[in-house]
Structures are given as structure tokens and as C-alpha cells.
Design a protein around this ligand. Sequence first.
Ligand code: SAH
Length: 213
Amino acid sequence: MKDTFKHKGLRQKLVNVLKTKGITDINVLNAIGNIPRHLFMDSGFLDHAYQDKAFPIAADQTISQPYTVAFQSELLQVKKGDKVLEIGTGSGYQTAVLCELGAKVFSIERQQELFKKTSNFLPKLGYRAKKLIFGDGYKGLADEAPFDSVIVTAGAPFVPKPLLSQLKIGGRLVIPVGDDVQIMTMFTRKGQKEFSQEEFGEFRFVPLLEDKN
Ligand code: SAH
């Protein structure tokens, strides 16, 4: 678990790449500049950790591309102390970004292998989510609702209703919607039954699957 000057240098370069691609939120850029992404990846990919690319992790899943993580994080506009629900813990990299932004993070993962690995790993780096849950993200987390924001980090074939109903008024759901290709979509809760919807272009994610495994 080493983080060297070389890693820090590569990270700064990655931050600069994200700036040239249009990420402007300084808190998000700082978070990415702080988090040792190489430690979230399997050893075979260490050399690639600071390229702006997605890579395989355990259980046939991927750690999202840094640009995608930054883009979704920017849309959430996290304020310190916000209660944030993440669907798809995976490697825990996005969870770490949310922790760096000062959020109280609740994160759900449906693959037991990843859930165990990441639950064990994140605290070692000092990232303490409020709760990591082994479960089905389609259902959200009614016990802890309402949330300031919800972020889905897998491609959703449709928008799960519980994720909308578990938002505070003024809260945001950022979710990539679609089958092979997804449209990054943000819903803002305007009232009990009113939501506004904005779209932010195409992304590609592994699929949001039903039930746990
Ligand atoms: N945020 C992760 C991205 C991992 S890829 C990271 O930064 O590494 C998407 C993750 O969503 C995978 O780990 C996958 O197992 C998980 N996933 C898919 N469907 C899910 C569901 N219904 N509920 C919870 N997690 C799910």
C-alpha cells in the first residue's frame, strides 16, 4: 500500500487532463488529486492507474473512468455533511471521492465479493463511509432516506422509482440511463411529485443488475 512521489506526480497530470476535458469543480479536482487510485486496482493494472480510463476490478466489474467519476461528482454539487446514496460501490473509488467531498456516504453493492473486499479496504485508507451495504440498489435505502443526492454508477435500463422517492426536496439523482449506451441524466426534486430532468450526453457503464449475487 505505497503512495510515492511518482504516483502523486501522475495524479497531478491526471487532474490536468480532467481540467482540459472541462471539469472545473475545485473540490472534485482536489479529491482526485488526493486519492491513490492505483491502490483501488488489481496489481496487473497499476501502471495504468492514472490514465483517464476504466479498468477491470473483481467480479467482472470495472472501476469507472476518472472523467466519469469527476463528471458525476460535479453534477451532485456535494456540500459538507450531505447525505449521499451511491449505487454500485465496486472498488470504492467513487465512495472515496464522496468522502473527500465531506459527504456522509451510504453505498450499496450487489456482488458479495466486491462488497467484502471494499468494506475491508476503504477504512485502511482512512475513508469511512457511514454504511456500506450488501444489497440491491434498485430498492435504494428506505431506512436512511431522504438523501441530499443519489448517484448510480452502473448503467440503468430504467430509472428506479425508489431512488426518486428517497430524495429530499431540492435533492438530485444522477443516473446513466440506457442499455448498451447510457445518457447521463440528472433529476432534481422540485416538490413532492415534481421532478425536473436534464441530460448530459453519452457514457458507457457495466449494467445495473437486479437482485444481489
Ligand atoms: N463506483 C464504482 C463503479 C463500479 S462498476 C467504482 O468507482 O469502482 C458498477 C458497480 O455496480 C459494480 O460493482 C456492480 O457490481 C454494481 N451493481 C450493479 N448492479 C447493482 C445493483 N442493483 N445494486 C448495487 N450495485 C450494483
